[in-house]
Design a protein around this ligand. Sequence first.
Ligand code: HEC
Length: 116
Amino acid sequence: MSFRGIIIVLSLFVLGVAFSGFAAYSETVVHPKEEVTIDGKKLAAQNCASCHGKDLTGSVGPNLHERGALLTEETIAQVIHDGVNGKMPPMGGGGLKSDKEVEAVAKYIASLSEAK
Ligand code: HEC
């Protein structure tokens, strides 16, 4: 291969490395929101444990491991959102800022019964 040929091959290689580096970089910055995970377990500890006990096994409010087995994820989400007959305050818009957070907690509570 001529000297010129080697230069061309080298430049293509350098360009390729530079471009793949750029592509990898742009992937991480284009979707920053998707990397934020909503941790239902953590949110439940922060927002529900005060009344439902440290491990959500019951205190002022009932044991959520047992209630989780009786209620669907949708019902739990509704309970979190609306509260219960003035006995449990509505949590949506309080500690739980978005529907996504309410859903994540509901999913976690519903999963407690499955873990048994
Ligand atoms: C201020 C105290 C308090 C907080 C905070 C609280 N709860 Fe409750 N919760 C209660 C009480 C009291 C009841 C029982 C209501 C009743 O008498 O049926 C209850 C009942 C429930 C029930 C059962 C409802 C039913 O129909 O059987 C679920 C599910 C529940 N809470 C989930 C949650 C979740 C999830 C959170 C956190 C996002 C939470 N609670 C935060 C006090 C609370």
